[in-house]
Design a protein around this ligand. Structure first.
Ligand code: MLT
Length: 254
């Protein structure tokens, strides 16, 4: 029986230098709202999503045919962008066939920080089961990178990391305090995730901006089966092995 691959959790990007990621899969998690938005955009037919770190880089695409500029700072849409970072802005066909250039406060920065890994993949409650299947089928050493808030810990990303661990740990070697803590946080929140998330600092930020419906949407599991992966600096839809398609499990089964 070959040794199992490892499954670890990095609680904030500030801790990432402590985790060797060469040869590993890195799951970038930014539940509220970047990685949810990325899943929606790919699911809604965007050709690709280009995550960029700065507003200036995003604006450099302005005027290019077929490119949509989107993103936020501190949760608010950036002046001069077509869209902010609400998942609802990327529905109803507006991104179909387009390239979305996205910059956010934490999520796109985390992606750039993990670029030198074997593979960056995007996760959120929206693609929970599809991502779980993909990680199991890849079977590589995997690091769950929580985007946090400006290098500080946040609840929602860690709860999601705990949910992933709880559901796929039998396929991996899990042996770290951060993984143990994340799983316990998930188990302590799963019966009423939305109520639990009201304790999150970003919940309060987004509630102040009047986008509580974004939060409710971002916490809904398995609304899509897309698994966005980073290829040459662009997020595109991963191919899912045929034998892994179909019902696998969902958060509701637990
Ligand atoms: C982030 O990057 O932290 C989030 O995407 C922020 C947000 O969309 O409110």
């Amino acid at each position: 029986m070959p040794d199992k691959s490892t499954l670890e959790v990095c609680l904030t990007p500030g801790l990432l230098p402590l985790y060797p990621i060469t040869g590993k899969v890195v799951v970038v998690i930014d539940v509220l709202r970047a990685t949810t938005t990325m899943c929606v955009a790919i699911d809604q037919g965007a050709d690709k999503v280009i995550p960029v770190e700065t507003i200036e880089e995003c604006l450099s695409y302005k005027g290019k045919e077929g490119y949509i500029l989107a993103g936020e700072r501190n949760g608010r849409k950036v002046e001069g962008f077509h869209f902010g970072n609400s998942p609802f802005e990327f529905m109803n066909g507006v991104v179909k066939g387009k390239t979305l250039v996205l910059t956010t406060t934490n999520g796109t920065r985390a992606i750039k920080m993990a670029e030198h890994s074997h593979q960056v993949v995007i996760g959120g409650f929206l693609n929970f089961s599809a991502l779980s299947k993909w990680l199991i089928s890849e079977g590589r050493d995997t690091l769950l990178l929580c985007s946090g808030w400006r290098d500080k810990f946040n609840l929602e990303d860690t709860v999601f990391a705990g949910a992933l661990i709880h559901h796929i740990k039998e396929y991996f070697l899990v042996d770290s305090d951060s993984a143990f803590a994340a799983e316990k946080l998930y188990l302590n929140s799963r019966r009423n995730m939305f109520h639990f998330m009201k304790q999150s600092s970003h919940y309060r930020r987004l509630a102040h901006l009047g986008v509580i419906n974004d939060i409710k949407y971002c916490l809904r599991p398995d609304l899509t089966d897309v698994v966005p992966v980073l290829k040459n600096g662009e997020l595109v839809r991963a191919d899912i092995r045929k034998d892994l398609e179909g019902e696998f499990f969902s958060l509701n089964d637990l």
